[in-house]
Ligand binder design. Structure first.
Ligand SMILES: *Cc1c(COP(=O)(O)O)cnc(C)c1O
Length: 345
């Protein structure tokens, strides 16, 4: 893979915006270079454009060097930036698995980049050959998602490796739910595959969907391209501070994850006992894909009881399926009680 040939020409030759904080990064007594207001510390100051302090901390926890980390306004930002950096509108395409996370398609559509969806096999497994067969000369990115949303299962590691080894473009593996599936991250394989991008997020296990913080891990060369085209100050001070605070509470996060995995196993077993439930798919994430009798009706009855799940019955391979997030033990009990009392007759 030659990254300079892969990236769009206008991006390769782009001169990025150079902010005051890019041009002078050290300590000083008086900063009169960014037209900031001298009052209202600390929010009067622009944030660090490269989020060095936060990256240092994340680097320690994830066991990667800071130059392999990009931080964005949710994972949605690197998804969009990757498509913008590598795909020429109206010409290039991306390949994704189906069903999967809807943002790959939306980001491609916004950028006028076509998308080729490869159906997963039985039980939502990944066949690397079908994915590679969907690739043509204009395919720049392949998006995989493991554990996959909405199916909940991990994709096969060897299948993902096979794709990364044989594809000449960039392979993005979205690991938004990886903390619920310990030991399965592709992060340790970044050095092996120079074309691999791993996405993770603070929105799920870390309990911080509201602060909008997503991570992309990749070679320093790929990270450099994302840094070049991002908004200069894409992460605000509040987000960076809150995330640093949360990173000191890693034990808390581990407790939440343990509770949610326990609950997932309990709810899965309880759901299996209900007449309305046909299949509970195995999950490596914090949600369950459940095939039921009359999904639309059950969805509406739950709404009447104030319980909102996601109706995925229109999604490919998910006919009749609801996607149920694992909540607190109390919330999960309310769901089970409500389901037991729904009369389909
Ligand atoms: C929830 C989710 C995300 C998280 O997106 P953010 O923008 O980081 O909140 C990413 N990918 C998948 C597959 C998801 O389900």
């Amino acid at each position: 893979m030659n990254l300079q040939n892969l990236v769009r020409k206008n991006i390769a030759s782009l001169v990025p915006y150079s902010s005051a904080r890019d041009e002078f990064t050290g300590e000083a007594q008086v900063f009169l270079d960014a037209n900031e207001n001298p009052f209202n510390e600390p929010y009067n100051r622009y944030p660090d454009p490269l989020q060095r302090k936060l990256k240092q901390k994340i680097a320690e926890i994830k066991n990667v060097t800071p130059d392999k980390i990009f931080l964005g306004n949710g994972s949605d930002e690197p998804i969009d930036l990757l498509i913008r950096a590598f795909c020429e509108p109206e010409t290039d395409n991306i390949v994704t698995i189906d069903p999967s996370y809807g943002m790959y398609q939306v980001a491609a559509n916004i950028n006028d980049v076509s998308i080729r969806k490869v159906p997963l096999s039985a039980n939502f497994t990944l066949d690397p050959m079908t994915v590679l067969h969907a690739v043509d000369l204009h395919t720049k990115l392949i998006f995989l998602c493991s554990p996959n949303n909405p199916s909940g299962n991990n994709l096969s590691r060897s299948a993902m490796h096979h794709i990364a080894r044989h594809f000449k473009g960039i392979v993005v593996v979205d690991e938004a739910y990886i903390d619920f599936s310990p030991g399965n991250s592709l992060l340790p394989d970044l050095d092996r595959h120079k074309n691999l991008v791993v996405l993770q997020t603070f929105s799920k296990a870390w309990g911080m969907a509201g602060i909008r913080l997503g991570m992309a891990f990749a070679s320093p060369e790929i990270i450099g391209i994302l840094n070049k085209i991002k908004y200069p100050y894409n992460l605000n001070i509040l987000t960076q501070e809150k995330a640093l605070e949360m990173l000191e509470n890693k034990g808390q996060v581990e407790n939440w994850v343990a509770t949610l995995i326990n609950e997932r196993n309990r709810i899965s077993a309880e759901l299996e006992k209900l007449d309305q439930v046909k299949t509970v798919y195995p999950s490596d994430a914090n949600f369950l894909l459940v095939s039921v009798e009359n999904a639309g009706l059950i969805y509406n009855k739950l709404v009447e009881k104030g319980i909102i799940v996601r109706d995925r019955s229109k999604v490919n391979l998910c006919a009749g399926c609801l996607r149920i997030t694992i909540g607190s033990p109390e919330e999960n009990n309310l769901l089970l009680e409500a389901l037991k009392n729904i009369n389909l007759a």
